[in-house]
Design a protein around this ligand. Structure first.
Ligand code: ANZ
Ligand code: ZN
Length: 829
């Protein structure tokens, strides 16, 4: 008997699939269409285990659906613009394009090495002008429809490197290279009107019943629709301040008012007050992201004026505060420390009163203790006419009073902001706009697209290479012909990934996509990717699709009908005694190989470079073969949970592949029946199909282990031959190389990849055993598993022998025995 040579078989069958274009999809196929997509990778250089797991899952589904008779679109491409390519350019002097295309070549070879059933004829890279030129055309369409606009917005500015920094280049408030404290600067930037679609994007979540609930909830929270109130406070100097609150019910708990550093009141105060001016400057150095604002110390500067409480008439102090954002609400807040954590941190620091106005269960004391704000529901207390009301009713009551008395009004507020797409970077899609002194903003005529990136750029000094390129930005105005300037901002790479799935479905040369052809494939039936994209990517793609529908380009409401977010691949971590992280290959049997010193085994964590606990898939595939690698990725854990990588796991997978081979290779013809094995076979065909459709791959794996064990135990028979031959097709989606090898050896027609999924004899799915309840005097005392259809007296005899019955009857005969065949026996003692 031969051993399965995975290396040889992998290469041979991958070549065959390539040569025959097995997975090239046909738009005009009469078969039902199914679009299976995994999130396309960023070409960082190498495939990692997370990719392997993600793409294996999608591949099993795609291959399975083909065997079910569907025409399956299963494409692959590259999310190829972004910062790392520019960083490589700065660090290694290699051009971002060259670096990117080298990485694409390397990663493509690795994907091919895993035998994924991909239609490579539709491969695309977002950094290719043949892709981003169409993106520019779509941008112009949205611009023409009024869905694109330009306004001033803050960026991170590195005052030493004199450059704009991406958020990920700001570390603890400092520039990643210069180490200088980052400032906020206002620049004119481009925005997409995603907020126009806030209502639709929220309502559309209801239709996404094949999405994980947690992702829908995350999107709902991100869109953040809530009821709020805008209310005015009169100031002691005769002025006025409008605040925005989502908790007007807590108004009796307000003990201060705070405005943003950019607020007109703050700006006015700074005019004659050097200390106020210094405080405002300090605020501007802080971070801009919501997360940074949450974590940084809450600081304030007290102004001379006070604000009059609309009900009590109390004079509340007014501050400039660093945690109030000018871009949100009205740029001013009423501080309610007992029921808002930021306000509480602030109030404790500046020794302000903290009145409780919402009861926390039994706790109603007017003076709030502790450092943890109570943000939950409850009855209003210490609030005059609101006392006893619940939060929602109290909100309505305060809004009604404010509206009646003219000092406030109820509003619907959205957390969602318009999408800022300008990036002051080179390696991205150029925004197809020209600025003319005479004509203003002029779109590049479509006939002049694509606006391509210049090749001759330098990265040795900070800043945007497009901006300092000697000639690129100087063009003639398309409208008046006078000298003008190109926009030097490029698009956020999330724009690239907001429509790539449409381009996969249809890719004419002269336009972004053909409407009918794209609609024939869309929506994506099953999208698979990491939960880290639960919000931004998935929301932007939903928006982009709806925006295209709005302008009549594509009649699809939701781009992804089904979504699955897979768990991560984890591994143990290892630490040397001096605290250095050690890579798995630097450790053997609890000692550091290089020094011989004992190490400590740390927690199991997501594979990451920083903890050095990554395992490179490439040598694994070379050692164990593609099928074993794929099999391990599917086994052990439910796919939505984390999968712990282990040597034992991959070895187990490898042994299983060898067991399969022994069955396939040793399937000598024999005669005779084996009803139990045939039944098991058909249950497995049906069960594995259902598990794959439900993406419960680990369950499919478990069923296959059982079937293989049953076949191994069975005596030679025609039924056993049949089971082995059928097994080839059942494992084909998961371990396609060994399946092709066996299919060919057994004389199968064509490729197993093209074969039909085996038929199920549904009669055999019915269990041949039944569980019979044994009652004594009407009480359940025991159960028995017996063959279906057993004769009454045989059932009675079995029941009398059941251990609990023997114990209860103590040798006496029952007075009466009632037998309901296949169901129950009742003994009257
Ligand atoms: C009083 C209050 C009482 C608030 C309370 C909260 C809890 P979300 O829910 O995230 O929309 N706020 C309003 N404008 C702000 C700004 N420009 N910068 C920082 N904070 C601002 O947050 C709405 C709440 O955030 C508002 O409701 C306001 O504080 C604060 F027990 O008003 B609240
Ligand atoms: Zn002009």
């Amino acid at each position: 008997m031969s051993r399965f040579n995975a290396l040889k078989a992998d290469a041979a069958w991958q070549q065959v699939w390539d040569d025959r274009q097995t997975f090239a999809v046909r738009d005009d196929s009469p078969r039902p269409k199914s679009y299976v997509l995994e999130m396309f990778p960023y070409p960082s250089g190498k495939i990692h285990m997370g990719h392997v797991r993600n793409y294996t899952m999608g591949d099993v589904l795609a291959r399975f659906r083909r065997m079910q008779g569907m025409e399956v679109l299963h494409p692959m491409g590259w999310d190829a613009f972004g910062m790392p390519a520019e960083n490589a350019a700065m660090e290694k002097g290699v051009h971002p394009g060259e670096w990117t295309y080298q990485n694409i070549a390397a990663m493509k070879a690795q994907l091919k090495r895993l035998g994924f059933a991909l239609d490579w004829s539709r491969e695309l890279a977002t950094c290719d002008p043949a892709y981003y030129g169409h993106e520019q055309a779509l941008f112009l369409d949205l611009h023409a429809a009024g869905l694109v606009y330009r306004r001033e917005s803050a960026v991170n500015w590195d005052p030493v490197d004199m450059t704009v920094l991406a958020n990920e280049q700001v570390i603890d408030g400092r520039g990643w290279r210069s180490g200088a404290p980052v400032e906020k600067r206002k620049l004119n930037q481009w925005f997409l009107r995603i907020t126009d679609f806030a209502d639709e994007l929220l309502a559309g979540l209801d239709s996404l019943d094949k999405w994980p609930d947690k992702v829908r909830l995350m999107q709902e929270n991100w869109i953040g629709k809530s009821r709020g109130m805008q209310l005015g406070f009169t100031l002691s100097d005769g002025g006025h301040v409008e605040v925005f609150s989502t908790r007007p019910d807590t108004i009796f708990g307000a003990s201060f008012v705070a405005v943003a550093a950019d607020h007109p009141i703050a700006q006015a105060a700074a005019a004659g007050d050097a200390a106020a001016e210094a405080f405002i400057a300090q605020c501007k150095r802080g971070g801009t992201t919501a997360a940074e604002i949450e974590t940084q110390e809450k600081l304030g500067y007290r102004l001379g004026v006070t604000a009059r409480h609309p009900f009590t008439g109390a004079a509340l102090p007014v501050f400039i505060a660093n945690f109030v954002l000018m871009e949100y609400g009205t740029g001013a807040v009423m501080g309610v420390p007992a029921h808002d954590q930021r306000d509480l941190d602030f109030a404790r620091k500046y020794a302000l009163p903290v009145p409780r106005v919402v009861a926390d269960g039994e706790r109603t004391d007017a003076v709030f203790e502790g450092d943890e704000a109570y943000t939950g529901a409850g009855r209003l207390v210490n609030s005059q006419f609101l006392d006893g009301l619940d939060v929602d009713t109290a909100k309505s009551e305060v809004i009604a009073r404010g509206e009646a008395e003219g000092w406030g009004r109820g509003t619907t507020v959205w957390r969602l902001r318009d999408w800022g797409v300008s990036r002051q970077r080179y390696w991205g899609t150029p925004i197809p706009i020209i600025h003319c002194d005479a004509c203003g903003v002029v779109p590049v005529p479509k006939a002049q697209l694509p606006v391509t990136l210049p090749e001759d750029v330098t990265f040795d000094i900070p800043g945007n290479p497009l901006d300092r390129h000697p000639s690129w930005k100087h063009v003639d105005c398309p409208a008046c012909g006078k000298p003008a300037r190109r926009e030097t901002d490029t698009l956020d790479t999330f724009v690239d990934s907001s429509w790539y799935f449409i381009r996969f479905a249809s890719q004419p040369a002269d336009r972004p996509f053909d409407k009918a052809a794209a609609e024939a494939w869309l929506p994506v039936a099953q999208y698979i990717g990491g939960v880290e994209h639960a919000i931004l990517h998935l929301l932007y793609a939903r928006f982009w699709t709806r925006a295209l529908r709005h302008i009549g380009k594509l009649d699809v409401a939701e781009p992804f009908a089904g979504l699955f977010t897979q768990g991560m691949v984890t591994h143990e971590t290892y630490k040397a005694q001096d605290g250095r992280w050690l890579a798995p290959e630097e450790v053997r049997d609890g000692i550091e190989v290089a020094s011989g010193a004992p190490i400590t085994i740390g927690r199991v964590e997501k594979m990451s470079k920083s903890k050095k606990n990554t395992v490179d898939p490439a040598p694994i595939v070379d050692q164990y073969g593609a099928d074993a690698t794929r099999w391990f990725m599917l086994s052990d854990s439910p796919p939505e949970r984390d999968l712990q990588w282990s040597e034992a796991g991959i070895e187990g997978a490898w042994r299983f592949v060898q067991r399969l081979w022994r069955l396939f290779d040793g399937n000598a013809p024999a005669a005779g029946d084996d009803a139990a094995l045939t039944r098991k076979l058909h249950q497995t065909i049906a069960g594995v199909a259902a598990d794959i459709e439900a993406l419960q791959f680990n369950k499919a794996v478990a069923k296959l282990y059982e079937l293989v064990a049953a076949i191994e135990k069975a005596a030679p028979s025609a039924a056993r031959n049949e089971a082995v031959a059928t097994l080839v097709r059942i494992v084909a989606p998961m371990t396609p190389h060994i399946a092709e090898e066996a299919w060919a050896a057994m004389g199968g027609e064509g490729l197993v990849a093209d074969a039909a999924w085996p038929d199920v004899d549904t009669a055999l799915l019915v269990e041949d055993e039944v569980t019979i309840a044994i009652q004594v005097n009407g009480k359940l005392r025991d159960t028995l598993v017996l063959p279906r259809g057993m004769a009454k007296d045989a059932i009675e005899a079995a029941a009398l022998g059941a251990p609990n019955v023997v114990r209860i009857l103590e040798g006496r005969a029952p007075r009466k025995v009632i037998v309901v065949p296949d169901r129950l026996v009742n003994l009257v003692a």
